[in-house]
Design a protein around this ligand. Structure first.
Ligand SMILES: Cc1cc2nc3c(=O)[nH]c(=O)nc-3n(C[C@H](O)[C@H](O)[C@H](O)COP(=O)(O)OP(=O)(O)OC[C@H]3O[C@@H](n4cnc5c(N)ncnc54)[C@H](O)[C@@H]3O)c2cc1C
Length: 499
């Protein structure tokens, strides 16, 4: 393929590969660093030799955890190789798009665990809030020798990393700590789960290996007078233009400790029947790891290694059950999750109908303006006041509990297509509600799930019908028969009497 046939992201990947090659040849770069850069998880965004600084900084964005974190491990390894201390920097901005008090409260709890875990490894942790959160200022304040970041394929965080790479005068590498198989290795947009699955599974033995979790050899000591904030306090205090309309959910506690606690419950009680129960929204049958994964409080690898250990220790019939459940779980947490990351990474229009495949575009063009039997305003949808008790219950689960069951998410999104004037409006409504209320919202999985439900992304053509055209349809009657929908509606509350 010639240079001009490459997409913008592929050109960027090629440019970063070029920087890595230059680094490998750069006589000024210590050999130990060259070896550390030869890791498929590393992207060299700014090359060259480290400055004569006083610390190596890990600028933490997505992977908000102080253990089992490849980016932190790399920063510690680099710091140890340079004989420097390592400090984690977290810039707590107040205006992350669609994030509100519910999300910030969860993140706040997680940051306390990060601080504690970093301390145990001899690594510093500094959080700053507006108006003091400027990254470049922090790197200068601690006299950084080089900066390590993590990866997040979403538009805004990727722009921030590009901006930092342009402005920095010291080396800047990022480490893909979010997925099992480094996302750049898939090289291009994957057409379907069937295409991505074998590539991902083939790479698992190479990448699914326990973390090293090295300790810092030179403990970081906070320089006198360095400006830091305290994650033990409310990180939103004093913010005036901040959305407090969505309250935290008492049932959810953020952070690595809470994630590990829930993971243990899942493995002990639910894993064995995961393959049979994962489509039963009335039961607590799935891992509920998604909010923790979204905030990086736990990694997919930590989860998978624990699941594999449980399978390993089982015997007889239990082992066979667990193996089948494990395979079903891996299909979700590896295939579908990493496909979502690939989708957002390589598809710039991930949140618009423009990302639909050709067959779907055609059927959307034919049916997008078909007459709808019912239409609801955003206000009615948000309040869960439609005629459909099952849908209302799903909406309430999301609003009240901050998390909706996967099976209901598909139904929920598809109904919005039926109840809004066209798919463009439908996507905007779904993204708005999903990102506002779900603790795991604003995530590649959300954009992929909405595109799957509303645009047939990663799906195939079905029978032609009004409004949906050839996109897969889910009717209330048949969906409601596939599980104990009565129990689900009783649990989350159905219609509020307004039709
Ligand atoms: C319309 C729609 C919107 C969605 N919005 C989000 C969202 O905002 N954030 C989010 O994390 N997920 C979203 N999903 C995907 C999925 O519904 C959730 O990840 C899952 O329900 C989380 O519950 P769990 O952790 O118990 O999943 P489990 O069944 O225990 O699976 C374990 C992990 O695998 C991954 N996973 C499971 N199902 C999917 C899937 N269909 N696609 C991608 N990854 C998956 C998740 O990381 C999940 O935590 C959406 C799906 C749809 C159809």
């Amino acid at each position: 393929m010639s240079e001009k046939d490459l997409t913008e992201v592929q050109q960027q990947d090629a440019a970063y590969a070029g920087l890595a090659e230059e680094l490998a040849k750069d006589a000024a770069v210590p050999e130990a660093l060259k070896v550390l850069a030869e890791d498929a998880r590393v992207t060299v965004r700014r090359g060259g030799a480290p400055a004569r600084g006083k610390a190596v900084v890990y600028w933490m964005q997505r992977a908000q955890r102080g253990r089992d974190n490849h980016a932190l491990d790399k920063a510690v390894d680099v710091a140890n190789a340079l004989g420097l201390p390592c400090v984690v920097y977290f810039a707590c901005i107040s205006n992350f798009k669609s994030a509100n008090l519910r999300h910030y409260a969860f993140m706040n709890e997680g940051l306390r665990d990060v601080e504690e875990e970093c301390k145990a490894r001899g690594v510093g942790f500094v959080m700053r809030r507006p108006p003091d959160e400027d990254h470049l200022r922090f790197f200068a304040d601690v006299d950084a020798a080089m900066v390590i970041g993590d990866e997040n394929p979403m538009r805004a965080p990727e722009q921030w990393r590009k901006h930092v790479a342009e402005k920095l005068k010291i080396p800047f590498w990022t480490v893909d700590a979010d997925v099992v198989v480094p996302s750049k290795l898939l090289e291009k947009a994957q057409f379907s789960a069937a295409v991505a699955r074998p590539r991902l599974y083939r790479a698992l033995p190479e990448f699914l290996v326990p973390y090293a979790n090295p300790n810092a050899q030179h403990e970081w000591k906070k320089p006198r007078g360095l400006l830091t904030d305290d994650p033990k306090l409310d990180i939103t205090r004093g913010w005036v233009d901040f959305d407090r309309s969505v309250e935290p959910v008492a049932a959810w506690k953020g952070g690595h400790h809470a994630a590990v606690k829930r993971l243990k419950v899942f493995i002990a009680k639910m894993l064995e029947s995961y393959d049979r129960d994962r489509n039963k929204p009335e039961t607590d049958g799935t891992s509920k790891m998604s909010p923790y994964l979204h905030f990086g409080n736990i990694s997919t690898m930590t989860i998978l290694l624990a699941v594999d250990e449980a399978v390993e220790q089982a015997v007889g019939a239990e082992k066979a059950h667990l193996q089948a459940a494990r395979d079903s779980f891996v299909n979700e947490i590896v295939t579908w999750r990493e496909l979502a990351v690939n989708f957002v990474r390589y598809q710039p229009e991930y949140d618009s109908p423009k990302c639909a495949d050709n067959w779907a575009r055609e059927t959307i063009r034919e049916h997008d303006l078909d007459a709808r039997e019912r239409m609801y305003s955003l206000k009615v949808l948000e309040a869960g006041h439609t005629y459909d008790d099952l849908w209302n219950a799903a909406q309430r689960q999301m609003v009240d509990y901050g998390w909706m069951h996967n099976y209901m998410r598909m139904y929920w999104a598809k109904k919005i297509v039926e109840w809004t004037p066209n798919v463009s409006v439908a996507m905007k409504v779904a993204i708005h509600l999903n990102d506002k209320y779900e603790l795991d919202g604003r995530d590649p999985n959300g954009y992929a799930g909405i595109a799957w439900s509303m645009l047939g992304k990663f799906d195939r053509a079905w029978f032609d019908r009004p409004v949906f055209g050839k996109r897969r349809y889910m009717s209330g009657a048949s969906t409601g028969k596939k599980f104990d929908s009565g129990a689900y509606v009783r649990r989350w509350g159905g219609s509020q009497g307004l039709f």
